[in-house]
Design a protein around this ligand. Structure first.
Ligand code: ADP
Ligand code: TRP
Length: 322
């Protein structure tokens, strides 16, 4: 079983990314062959600029390795290290109806947010299909927002197979963890970079303590009164980090009253800080070993390119390119 997924290097990793996508992908590296890459071609569709793109790609690699992505188990690489993916994207584009891309939510959402309606943004799903099909992937763990792109991928694979050979491209399945709740942001909306309400996975202790203390929204219930547990942002976040007993204790303290939000926020910070302790230590080690990330990505690129070359040779031959 080959798992493949891509993560866009589009800013600092937040705990919504971690619990919504990364944790699950990291567990899967123990259950089969894993191909994980940093989707830097995709990040270009929103034009971050050269230096930002380079820095974000590197930082994403550091963060994923720190979170437990194990390069001994998973093939880990930058999308752009296998430029052959663009050739497959082109081939897929030749069977891709315009209407299929026009229906994609991600394009419409990005335009609504004010991004320039360039061709790359429009063709984004065809490149994503190529990412998946180039490695004969069986299963693709993604968030719910990517479900439609997986449907496009299957559609395009079917069209190529109908036109050029029954088993030419492997039909992938999406793994969508429907049970993963949406992680709320510090203000209670969905946590997202675009809303400026994120809790980063990594950062400086004092600043993060202050962030939780100042930005997690609470109501005005006085210290001595019982506090509402429904729709409590503190409780929703605490649940991600605390043991079930710790969580029950905090619920109990809400019901009882006599404990202020300041204390709950302190407990939330401690649980969060403890949860990522090992990842933080790993990150420090990585940062102290310059060259490690480059080595890992170079080794991953070699393996990814080998796998891609086989599929691409098969496809080129079938479509008449040699
Ligand atoms: P953002 O909304 O901050 O731009 P991305 O779209 O880059 O985040 O998120 C990458 C992946 O992280 C998504 O595909 C999704 O699976 C996951 N994710 C992001 N935010 C959340 C959230 N608040 N709750 C659960 N999962 C999330
Ligand atoms: N579009 C995905 C996202 O924004 C990233 C991505 C690019 C991807 N190529 C992929 C995910 C291939 C899975 C498989 O999150």
């Amino acid at each position: 079983m080959r798992f493949l997924t891509g993560l866009q290097p589009s800013g600092k990793l937040h705990i919504g990314n971690y619990f919504g996508a990364i944790q699950n992908a990291i567990e899967l590296q123990n259950k089969g062959e894993a191909f994980y890459f940093i989707a830097n071609y995709h990040a270009m569709t929103t034009m971050p600029g050269a230096e930002t793109l380079r820095a974000n790609t590197y930082e994403m690699a550091v963060d994923l390795l720190a979170c437990g992505l194990d390069p001994q188990k998973a093939v880990f690489f930058a999308q752009s290290a296998v430029p052959e993916v663009n050739e497959l994207a082109w081939i897929l584009s030749t069977v891709c109806p315009m209407g299929l891309l026009e229906r994609c939510h991600s394009y419409k959402d990005k335009i609504a947010k004010g991004f320039s309606p360039n061709h790359a943004l429009f063709a984004y799903p065809a490149l994503m299909a190529a990412d998946i099909l180039l490695y004969d992937s069986d299963a693709v763990p993604v968030g719910k927002d990517q479900k439609q792109h997986l449907e496009v991928t299957r559609d395009l694979a079917g069209k190529i197979n109908d036109a050029f050979g029954k088993d030419l491209l492997r039909m992938p399945e999406a793994i969508i963890n429907e049970t993963t709740a949406i992680v709320p942001g510090l203000d209670g909306q969905k946590m997202s970079k675009s809303y400026g309400n994120t809790l980063p996975v990594f950062g400086e202790e004092k600043a993060l303590r202050k962030l939780i203390n100042k930005k997690v929204v609470t109501d005005a219930t006085p210290l001595e009164d019982p506090k509402p547990t429904e729709n409590s942002i503190i409780l929703a976040l605490y649940k991600l980090f605390a043991t079930p007993t710790q969580y029950d204790e905090m619920v109990e303290a809400h019901n009882r009253g006599g404990v202020g939000y300041g204390q709950f926020k302190k407990d939330l910070f401690e649980a969060y800080w403890e949860f990522f302790r090992a990842a933080r230590e790993k990150r420090e080690w990585i940062m102290a070993n310059p060259g490690y990330v480059d080595e890992v990505l170079a080794a991953g690129a070699t393996k990814a390119r080998e796998a891609a070359a086989q599929v691409l040779a098969r496809v080129r031959k079938a479509v008449g390119l040699i």
